[in-house]
Design a protein around this ligand. Sequence first.
Ligand SMILES: Cc1cc2nc3c(=O)[nH]c(=O)nc-3n(C[C@H](O)[C@H](O)[C@H](O)COP(=O)(O)OP(=O)(O)OC[C@H]3O[C@@H](n4cnc5c(N)ncnc54)[C@H](O)[C@@H]3O)c2cc1C
Length: 422
Amino acid sequence: MKIVIVGGGWAGCAASAQAAKNGASVTLLERTDSLLGTGLVGGIIRNNGRFTATEEMAAMGGDDMFRAMDTCLRHKCISFPGHQHADLYDIIKTPVAVEQRLLQLGVSIHRQSRVASADLSGDNTTILSVRDDNGNCYEADGFIDATGTAGPMNNCRQYGNGCAMCVLRCPSFGGRISLCGLTGLTELKAEAHDGSYGAMSGSCKLFKESLSPEIIKALDENGVAVIPLPRELRENHLSIKACQQYALDEFAENIILLDTGHAKMMTPYYPLEKLHQIPGFECARYEDPYAGGKGNSMRYLAMCRRSNSLKVDQRANLFCAGEKAGLLVGHTEAIVTGVLAGHNMVQFLSGRPLLEFPRELAVGEAIAWVREQMETPEGLREKYTFSGSCLFRRMNDLGLYSIDKGYIHKKVEDLGLAGIFA
Ligand SMILES: Cc1cc2nc3c(=O)[nH]c(=O)nc-3n(C[C@H](O)[C@H](O)[C@H](O)COP(=O)(O)OP(=O)(O)OC[C@H]3O[C@@H](n4cnc5c(N)ncnc54)[C@H](O)[C@@H]3O)c2cc1C
């Protein structure tokens, strides 16, 4: 069976790996010249409840992407304000490790292949093929939309501070195009508490070598550097952040840096003139986005309606994963949904029952609860991640958060899901 996966971020890569493991012939189409999408500038994994979700996936045998990341870790088990036992992957090396794993599994990767149209059956329910910007046509039995929600430039202009020239490089490769949207589906927008739409990405990258030797040393040795900000230099962007797990006072009162290869600065943007006034940052320079002094990418403006098995409503052979599947923020969240979508696409094409994660697992509660929440206006104003904010609170309330690997594996085994993705 032939499956086309559109979008090579963490969700598309995880879906590709899983569908290939389940025996499908997989073609992965990516708009830019690199895999990992927004994962090219992320790096934080296993913080707070993401540890539990990662271990649940490992127990089910769906941890190929986590294992690829683990070969490229810069720091293990670090803490920073509000976050425990985080690992940081190297954003420079990880895309290569992921590509190698996908090639081992036989995934056919097409870069600079931006899907720009879709051919549907006469009754508009089934996708027959998609076509990229270069005119190449890809026929398949099933499709997965993993195009994310970041950008394109007009969204950053309309809802944010304009294009900040981020790693997505829309001017060069063309902006994101949603496969669900191309099939005529109306998509959902995240709302902000002030009534505006979308959310701004919550971190920037500084060239490490543009910082003082003391800061570089702290980053190399500890993975983290917390630099208190005098009151007059504080900027409060907490409420606009996509990643609400970092909307804590400490992130406005301090510059918090994490070592992901570059220095990941945990704020959506920060004016360069002000940054240069902070000791140690006199020569600081943005690596991503280039205009990190002014803004960042806007996200969550194109999510689709889907079931808990990640089948897209109203389309017969279309599944979705990652941010496309809802207000789930993060690499771990993208990978969890990617694995499930890849697995279920093959189940569907084989005429076998679709898998839903049980809600006794953190991954099951996340997928089901976010879907329910997105049906309410209040729910559309929240962001959901295993690592903080309302979903992590819920995991704690429901007793779903654990860092006991033995307990997590036993629970998965008792639910009859051990090795289901292996
Ligand atoms: C600056 C920043 C820092 C972050 N830091 C972290 C972090 O440290 N830890 C963490 O867990 N999360 C982090 N996140 C969030 C996390 O990266 C995302 O939530 C997650 O990786 C989304 O994955 P995705 O695959 O759904 O979407 P994306 O990463 O957006 O990937 C979608 C892919 O689809 C491609 N695409 C779009 N349209 C088309 C088309 N028509 N045809 C072909 N390809 C197309 C895009 O080019 C892109 O590669 C960060 C996000 C940003 C923006």
